[in-house]
Design a protein around this ligand. Structure first.
Ligand SMILES: [Zn+2]
Length: 332
């Protein structure tokens, strides 16, 4: 029997972007861990024979100090995606003109560093608006992958902002970080956004069918800090539910999945960053092995090609609620 497809992506968020969102001083000099983490995750992906999608932040690609690391990713044969230029999770508050600049500038910088033109987009912190989708269509993108259909975004946001020193304005800007409760109503399976002139494929980051609980690797690592056994059962249950619901998963990695508190002490505020790197690496290798044994791993771009070849995709119309986030009319 052939294995079901599973796409994997990695959001290459850098040290400065976490510090910026968290309101920490010092991000303006763009501190970077790319030289450390890129060779580390490329080696692991190569050991498993995976070709995935890496979403790159334009600001990183624009800096000479990061170019070598970013070129290594493209040279290793991974798909390169656009993860915005400034990595501001309040992208949905931008005007259409600002979004166009943001996405275009990122494309240019990423192209300069990797010699690849991204055809997939993921908004920072899962932020998305109808204008973002319209601009992706205008710029001939193949897919968007900015949706995390879960009810627990507000909880994740509350956790993230524990002990931060942000002004009221800063908090208002970040009030949609990780999405709102209504994101849980969005479908888990890929669908088409109905836009002004055209449709655009959405490949959501997969959450557990029905329960809509996240199971991206950073979340699993956070669970593993309570119980390694529990995190492993949770992951296997999520994959089994996907099989039952005929969902081809699209899984998400982050650089911090490959870095320990001993690598980047500045990010100790992050869940699972109290773990040393050696323990995290062991857990991640086990999780990758689990999904490798049951699924055929591919990039989001290749997954998009396979999905678009099939008919019967659901069509969803983005609407504009007060906070300008796209919304769907009904549940799957
Ligand atoms: Zn990001």
């Amino acid at each position: 029997m052939t294995k079901p497809v599973c796409s994997v992506s990695l959001d290459l968020d850098n040290q400065w972007s976490y510090m910026k969102t968290h309101g920490d001083r010092g991000w303006e000099s763009f501190p970077s861990y790319l030289d450390l983490v890129v060779p580390r995750f490329l080696k692991i992906l190569d050991d498993f024979g995976w070709k995935i999608t890496v979403f790159i932040v334009g600001q990183d690609a624009a800096l000479n100090k990061n170019r070598e690391a970013l070129k290594m990713i493209a040279d290793a044969g991974h798909e390169i995606g656009n993860h915005s230029f400034n990595h501001e999770p309040w992208l949905h508050l931008y005007s259409k003109k600002e979004i166009e600049d943001e996405i275009g500038r990122a494309e240019e910088a990423i192209g300069g560093a990797t010699e690849k033109r991204p055809l997939g987009f993921r908004g920072p912190g899962y932020s998305l608006s109808r204008d973002v989708l319209e601009i992706l269509v205008e710029r001939k993108y193949k897919y968007d992958a900015s949706v995390l259909p879960t009810y627990i975004g507000p909880l994740a946001r509350a956790y993230y902002f524990l002990n931060v020193k942000l002004s009221v304005d800063d908090k208002t800007q970040r009030k949609q970080l990780f999405g709102g409760f209504r994101d849980g109503l969005k479908p888990v399976k890929p669908y088409l956004w109905e836009l002004s002139n055209q449709r655009l494929l959405e490949i959501p980051v997969t959450t557990m069918p029905v329960l809509k609980l996240p199971f991206h690797f950073s979340y699993l690592l956070y669970l593993s800090t309570f119980s390694v056994g529990l995190a492993s059962i949770y992951f296997k249950t999520a994959l089994a539910l996907c099989r039952m619901a005929k969902v081809e998963p699209s899984l998400l990695l982050h650089p911090l999945d490959f870095l320990g508190g001993d690598d980047v002490p500045e990010l100790a505020f992050f869940p699972a960053m109290k773990c040393p790197q050696s323990e995290k690496s062991k857990w991640i290798a086990r999780a990758l092995k689990t999904v490798s044994s049951s699924h055929a791993i591919t990039s989001l771009g290749r997954h998009a090609d396979l999905i678009l070849k099939r008919s019967s995709l659901r069509v969803v119309r983005p609407t504009e609620p007060p906070e300008h986030a796209p919304e769907v009319k009904s549940d799957v």
